[in-house]
Design a protein around this ligand. Structure first.
Ligand SMILES: CC(=O)N[C@H]1[C@@H](OP(=O)(O)OP(=O)(O)OC[C@H]2O[C@@H](n3ccc(=O)[nH]c3=O)[C@H](O)[C@@H]2O)O[C@H](CO)[C@@H](O)[C@@H]1O
Ligand SMILES: C=C(OP(=O)(O)O)C(=O)O
Length: 441
C-alpha cells in the first residue's frame, strides 16, 4: 500500500511552479471531438492522471492523442470517423468523462455514455446536462447504466440552468457550437475554466460570446477545425500552495499563479493575517504565527472555490478562535474533517456548515484521503503537525497534482511517498507502543 509520510513542523520556503489547470484542460480535450479537420494542440497540459484518463477515453472513441510530458504538449486528432459509445471502464474513474457527451452528440448525432464515477463528494446528479441537451433537441434515454442520447441535428435554444453547474455549462456550450441557430445559456457558470473553453472553441471556428458572465450566447456553425491553445495555470493548485505556505507559517513564491483567479482566497488569507504580495511572476505568501479566525462560504465563482474548501479548513483550524466554513456547492464535502479529528481537530458539522474551533495543535496520525482535495488538506495538516503523519490513498492526489510531494520536498518539507522511499530519509512511524516518547528519525 502506498502512503505519503510527513514529518511536520517546518515552515515552507522557496519557489514552486504551478502547472496548467486540470479542470480547464479536461473540457478542452473533450472539445477536440468537435474538430472535423486538423488537430487540436494544447500547451501547458499537466501530467496528471485525470488527463491520461481523458486521453484514454478519447482514444477509445477513435481519436488519436500524443502527449509529450516534457514539453507539456498534447496533440489530439479527431479528423477520423468516431465511435460514440463510452463503456463503464472508461468513465467510472472520472466525473469529467461526461464532457464527451455534448461534443459527440453535436458531431455524430449520438452518444452512449455509461454513468460516470469520480470523487465521493456528494450525489452529483447530471440532470442539468440532460435537460439542456433535450432543449437542444436530443432524445435521451437511460438504460442499463448508460445514457443514450440521439438527435438528427441539434437546434439552438434558450436554456436556464437551475444551478450554475460548471460541467453542464461546458457540455452545453460544446453541443451548441454546431447547433442550428443561436443558443443562450442563462445562469451559466462563470469559472475561469468556462472562459478557457470558449477561447479554444472560438479558435476552432466556433462563435461563443459572454463566457465568464451569467449569460453565454452561442451562434452555431457548420463545423469546427483544429487549433492551438495554451492552458491557463491551475488556480486550485496555486491556492493549495498558498495555503501550504500559510499553514506552515512559511514564505513561498507561487510562480505562475494568477491573482485575478484567486481573489476570494487572497481576501480571506489577508483577513486572517497572512501577507499576500502580488508579483509579476506569481504570488508570494508569508505566514503569521497568530491567525485570525474567519467565516468562509464555498460558492460558485467568483465565490470561494469548493476545491479549496478542505485545504482552507486546515488554516481555519489553526486560527486563534472559532471559524466557520459553509459549503454551498457539494453536500458531502467535509469527509476530510473526520480524518482531521484523528489529528486533534475540534469541530462540529451542522448541515452545510462546519464550526471549526482553533487553535488546533495538530498531532501526526495515520489518516486516509477520501478524494483529491481531502488528500491535499490532510497533507497540509501533516505539514503543520508535530510528529509523523501518514496519508493513505496518495493516488487520489495524482488526479490533480503533479509531483505534489516532490514539490513540497523542494520547499523544505520532510515528506516521502512509500513506493519511492529510497530517495528520502523519513521512515514510517513505528508501531505505537514501541514508539512512545521518541521522535522517529
Ligand atoms: C472537472 C471539473 O471541472 N470539475 C469541477 C467541476 O465539477 P462539476 O462540473 O461536476 O461540478 P458542477 O458545477 O456541475 O456541480 C455543482 C453542483 O451542481 C450539482 N449538479 C451538477 C450538475 C447537474 O446536472 N445537476 C446538479 O445538481 C452538483 O451535484 C453540485 O452540487 O466544478 C466543481 C464546482 O466548482 C468543482 O468542484 C470540480 O472540481
Ligand atoms: C472535485 C474535483 O474534480 P472532479 O469534478 O473531476 O471530481 C476537483 O478537482 O477537486
Amino acid at each position: 500500500m502506498e502512503k505519503i509520510i510527513i514529518k511536520g513542523g517546518r515552515p515552507l520556503r522557496g519557489q514552486v511552479t504551478v502547472e496548467g489547470s486540470k479542470n480547464a484542460v479536461l473540457p478542452l480535450q473533450a472539445a477536440a471531438i468537435l474538430a472535423v479537420q486538423g488537430t487540436v494542440t494544447l500547451n501547458n497540459v499537466p501530467p496528471v492522471t485525470d488527463v491520461q484518463l481523458m486521453n484514454r477515453l478519447l482514444r477509445f472513441l477513435n481519436l488519436k492523442t500524443a502527449y509529450g510530458e516534457k514539453q507539456r504538449q498534447l496533440v489530439i486528432n479527431g479528423s477520423v470517423p468516431l465511435s460514440s459509445e463510452a463503456p463503464f471502464e472508461y468513465v467510472n474513474q472520472m466525473r469529467a468523462s461526461l464532457l464527451v457527451m455534448g461534443p459527440l452528440l453535436a458531431r455524430t448525432g449520438q452518444a452512449r455514455i455509461a454513468l460516470p464515477g469520480g470523487c465521493s463528494i456528494g450525489a452529483r446528479p447530471i440532470d442539468l446536462h440532460l435537460a439542456g441537451l433535450r432543449k437542444l433537441g436530443a432524445t435521451i434515454k437511460q438504460d442499463a447504466g448508460f445514457i443514450d442520447a440521439r438527435c438528427d441535428h441539434l437546434v439552438g435554444s434558450r436554456i436556464t440552468l437551475d444551478f450554475p453547474s460548471v460541467g453542464a455549462t461546458e457540455n452545453l456550450m460544446m453541443a451548441a457550437t454546431m447547433a442550428e441557430g443561436i443558443t443562450t445559456i442563462e445562469n451559466a457558470a462563470c469559472e475561469p475554466e468556462i472562459v478557457e473553453l470558449a477561447n479554444l472553441l472560438n479558435k476552432m471556428g466556433g462563435r461563443v460570446h459572454g463566457a465568464g458572465s451569467k449569460v453565454i450566447r452561442i451562434q452555431g456553425v457548420y463545423y469546427l477545425h483544429g487549433a492551438e491553445y495554451t492552458v491557463a495555470p491551475d488556480r486550485i493548485e496555486a491556492g493549495t500552495w498558498m495555503l501550504a505556505a500559510a499553514v506552515t507559517n512559511g514564505d513561498v513564491i507561487v510562480q505562475n499563479a494568477a491573482a485575478a483567479h484567486n481573489t476570494s482566497l487572497i481576501a480571506k488569507l489577508e483577513e486572517m493575517g497572512v501577507t499576500v504580495i502580488k508579483q509579476e511572476d506569481g504570488i508570494r505568501v508569508l505566514g503569521t504565527s497568530v491567525l485570525i479566525p474567519a467565516s468562509v462560504k464555498a460558492m460558485p465563482y467568483p465565490g470561494f472555490p469548493t476545491d479549496l474548501q478542505p485545504q482552507m479548513t486546515v488554516l481555519q483550524l489553526l486560527a486563534n478562535g472559532t471559524s466557520t466554513m459553509e459549503e454551498h456547492v457539494f453536500e458531502q464535502r467535509f469527509n476530510h474533517l473526520e480524518e482531521l479529528r484523528r489529528m486533534n481537530a475540534d469541530f462540529q458539522i451542522a448541515g452545510s456548515v462546519a464550526i471549526l474551533d482553533g487553535p488546533t495543535h495538530f498531532s501526526g496520525a495515520e489518516v486516509a484521503a477520501t478524494d483529491l482535495r481531502a488528500g491535499a488538506a490532510l497533507v497540509l495538516a501533516g505539514l503543520a503537525a508535530t510528529g509523523i503523519t501518514q496519508v493513505r490513498n496518495p493516488q487520489c492526489l495524482d488526479r490533480g497534482y503533479y509531483d505534489f510531494y516532490q514539490k513540497l520536498h523542494q520547499l523544505g518539507a520532510q515528506i516521502d511517498r512509500l513506493d519511492v522511499k529510497e530517495k528520502f530519509k523519513i521512515k514510517p512511524e513505528q508501531p505505537r507502543q514501541e514508539n512512545k516518547g521518541s521522535e522517529p528519525e
